[in-house]
Design a protein around this ligand. Structure first.
Ligand code: FES
Length: 357
């Protein structure tokens, strides 16, 4: 990084042209009253465009225009490397990025050419006065290193050969097009795509496919799920026990935490149109079930302890996903185990405090 200070030789004065002054009045008007200092960078840029560099009289003129102390404008002018603090080449001032990525990719060669062809030192004018150069910090085009900036253009992916061609073009008034100088499309892979090459990823055909319902199409087929044991339509013997737990299909197990997961309808348990003999069991005796949840279970077709006791875990999960805002309780409160115990005739002494094991 170069030391940035004012040039030892300064002009007597500076004044914006009428055209530039008119333009700056419009720029200043964009900011709220009393905030005209916000226009300091545009004003310095206009001064530089007018004179080729930013002199001390120009800094003072900007300070006066924006009602700022001179030192505040000087701070801005010396901070940003786009402001030239000394006279630059008539045809081009070349800013060479000398930060690590560009260094690793050949910035040393670029700087060597500047020294040999333009001027031995940064900020010196070339013998014909047409060129000058300096080293700057990262210009934000590291993926196209090494690179240089000339005015408002950047020239990237340079080699010694293409940089020499750039100087020739600038000298002749026919510079090459800005951007990568190796034929590369912006910062796209230099040797073609190496990832995400499947055309299906770009034609919209797999949009949303990674969401839960469609995931099966994109993942290897899981082991076949065991068929769900149908729930008994009639009350089992008093010693009814919960059905043996079936293994959970892997695709469901892996997605079990996702709210959007759907247990396939193949796991829907046998449900009733109405309570047998018009006498439903008191499902509120299941710990955690209140009136609203009982009503919801009735709507689903669940009226009896033995119904629930006969489910397997997938049946329970299927029902659970139809419990709306109560979702999660069936699993959390182990309804199958509770219902099996209630189906034997056992009753809690205190519904709220005596949770079946
Ligand atoms: S390191 Fe050179 S552009 Fe970033």
């Amino acid at each position: 990084m170069s030391v940035r200070r004012l040039h030892p030789e300064q002009p007597e004065s500076f004044a914006f042209t009428e055209e530039n002054a008119t333009y700056l009045r419009k720029v200043i008007a964009r900011y709220p009253e009393g905030r005209q200092a916000s226009a300091v960078i545009p004003a310095l840029m206009v001064a530089q465009d007018q004179e080729g560099w930013v002199s001390q009289p120009a800094i003072e003129a900007v300070a006066k225009l924006l009602d700022m102390p001179d030192i505040r404008v000087l701070e801005v002018a010396t901070f940003y490397t786009q402001f030239q603090l000394s006279p630059v080449g008539r045809k081009a001032h070349i800013q060479v990025c000398g930060t690590t990525p560009c260094r690793l990719r050949g910035a040393d060669d670029i700087i060597a050419i500047c020294k040999n062809r333009l001027a031995a030192h940064p900020f010196e004018l070339s013998a014909d006065g047409d060129f000058s150069w300096e080293e700057v910090e990262c210009a934000g085009a590291c993926v196209n290193a090494p690179m240089v900036t000339v005015g408002k253009d950047t020239y990237e992916d340079l080699t010694a050969e293409t940089f020499n061609a750039l100087i020739d073009g600038l000298a002749a008034g026919t510079p090459p097009a800005p951007g990568p100088q190796n034929g590369r499309f912006f910062s796209a892979p230099a040797n073609g795509d190496t990832s995400l090459t499947d055309p299906a990823l770009h034609d919209g055909s797999v949009v949303g496919k990674y969401r839960a319902f469609d995931r099966e199409e994109l993942t290897p087929t899981p082991p076949a799920a065991p068929a769900a044991a149908p729930a008994p339509a009639v009350a089992p013997a008093a010693s009814a026990k919960p059905a043996a737990e079936k293994p959970i299909p892997k695709v469901v197990e892996a997605q079990g935490q996702a709210d959007s997961e759907k247990v396939p309808d193949q796991y829907k348990p046998a449900l009733l149109e109405a309570a047998r003999d018009g006498k439903p069991d008191d499902l509120r005796l299941i710990w955690g079930v209140g009136s609203r949840l009982e009503e919801l279970l009735h709507k689903l077709g669940v009226y009896h302890y033995d119904q629930i006791a006969g489910w397997n875990e997938m049946n329970l999960r299927w029902v659970d996903q139809h419990l709306g805002s109560f979702r999660g309780r069936a699993l959390r409160d182990k309804w199958i185990e509770q219902s099996a115990k209630l189906a034997t005739g056992w009753r809690p002494s205190d519904k709220d405090g005596d949770k079946p094991a």
